[in-house]
Design a protein around this ligand. Sequence first.
Ligand SMILES: Nc1nc2c(c(CN[C@H]3C=C[C@H](O)[C@@H]3O)cn2[C@@H]2O[C@H](COP(=O)(O)O)[C@@H](O)[C@H]2O)c(=O)[nH]1
Length: 341
Amino acid sequence: MDGLLTPRESAEFIAENSRDVFIDCGGVRRVAELLLAKAAGPELRVGAWKALHELNPKAADEAAVNWVFVTDTLNFSFWSESDEHRCLVGYGGKTYSGYWSLCAAVNRALDEGIPITSASYYATVTLDEVRHILRSDTDVPMPLIEERHRILNETGKILLEKFEGSFLNCVRKSDKSAQKLLHLVVESFPSYRDVTQFEGKRISFYKRAQILVADTWSVLEGKGDGCFKDISRITMFADYRLPQVLVYLGALKYSDELLEKLLKGEVLSYGNRQEVEIRGCSLWCVELIRDCLLELTEKKDEKTSGEINSILLDYFLWDYARDHREDMKGIPFHRTRCIYY
Ligand SMILES: Nc1nc2c(c(CN[C@H]3C=C[C@H](O)[C@@H]3O)cn2[C@@H]2O[C@H](COP(=O)(O)O)[C@@H](O)[C@H]2O)c(=O)[nH]1
């Protein structure tokens, strides 16, 4: 698309023109130092995706790639009005919320013999069947069920028409380039087109497309079809959790006016100026944290477990946000209801 900025270009432009969201350089350095202490640990490596998360597939085969595809196709908007009243899914003796409730529901369906990861199934799955598959253990359903149903049908039909029903065929058309795969995904599947405007420019975040490429790299353990030579060009994923944890860690700051709005739980519509500033400054903030961390590892000649990229930083910070939910209670996340993140 002509004149459309890449996520990284978009983020830099937004950060330069932002009025209500600011990057704190001292905070950036402190987060980089926090990550430096983890650089040689088990988290900041591609293997963590499987080792640290029991719901993720352990295999690296076609079925596992198609698990990632259907999960990331539905990987959006899990937040509920009140944290006490939300969708929960019990699986394997544990209860899952948010994004993990989706993974638990997918695995539960597979255990029940429902082929939810097969395009030939979800291309024509009915709304009632989707309601059953994504059913909650509480009286709060997973948000946007109708949209999830529509997107499953739309995406399944395209995967059948263009890629013989398997996302691995899409991966194999990308010449082992993460950028080529990213663009093939957004060109082929409309629900992944996370693009909007800011100050007269057309900008992209491609949050679900980027996390799809990242999770494909992870499930294939960075090997074989998943050995993307340019994986480090994928940026962090602009969702609603990363901004919250970056504010909590002091790397990102909101204006008083915006903070007050978020504390009141006001909804920001997709593409709203402040919503775009939150997403763009968060993305740029993680890029700066990565640059600072790489500088620190060189200076201190710190051993790292392979190349540190924005994906691994994102995963770490997202998991950190999960593990520090209670501590972060006072920091609001922004409420945007959409199918893009
Ligand atoms: N930036 C970023 N956003 C991420 C993820 C993930 C899941 N990836 C994990 C799974 C395996 C890997 O090891 C990753 O650890 C979900 N999300 C987004 O968060 C929101 C849900 O949050 P909550 O309501 O708290 O569950 C929603 O917008 C969802 O799209 C990530 O990694 N990074």
